[in-house]
Design a protein. Structure first.
Length: 95
């Protein structure tokens, strides 16, 4: 059932020029974001900006006093996304 729901949801993603941002609170190295990346590859202008480590329960928090750093991440020799030394909300703001 869940895979058929995803198939319907992904079916409208063929619109050219669509910008897609993937962000999570589990971190850029979490398996789920890689699965979504593979499913959405080629469906639009896909970008991944996610925390460098797991940041559960901090989704709406923002970093105020500390500097926020970004690090490019590669997987299988190709650019995968940006890891951010901050919260998920910081990631979305930077994207």
């Amino acid at each position: 059932m869940q895979s058929s729901i995803l198939a319907v949801w992904f079916s409208w993603l063929h619109i050219r020029g669509m910008k897609i941002l993937l962000c999570n609170d589990d971190g850029i190295h979490a398996p789920g974001i890689a699965v979504l990346h593979n499913a959405l590859k080629g469906k639009g202008d896909l970008h991944i900006v996610a925390p460098d480590t797991e940041r559960s329960a901090a989704g709406h928090a923002i970093t105020i006093f500390d500097p926020i750093r970004t690090f490019p991440i590669e997987k299988e020799g190709q650019h995968f996304g940006l890891a951010v030394d901050g919260t998920p909300a910081d990631c979305v703001k930077l994207a």
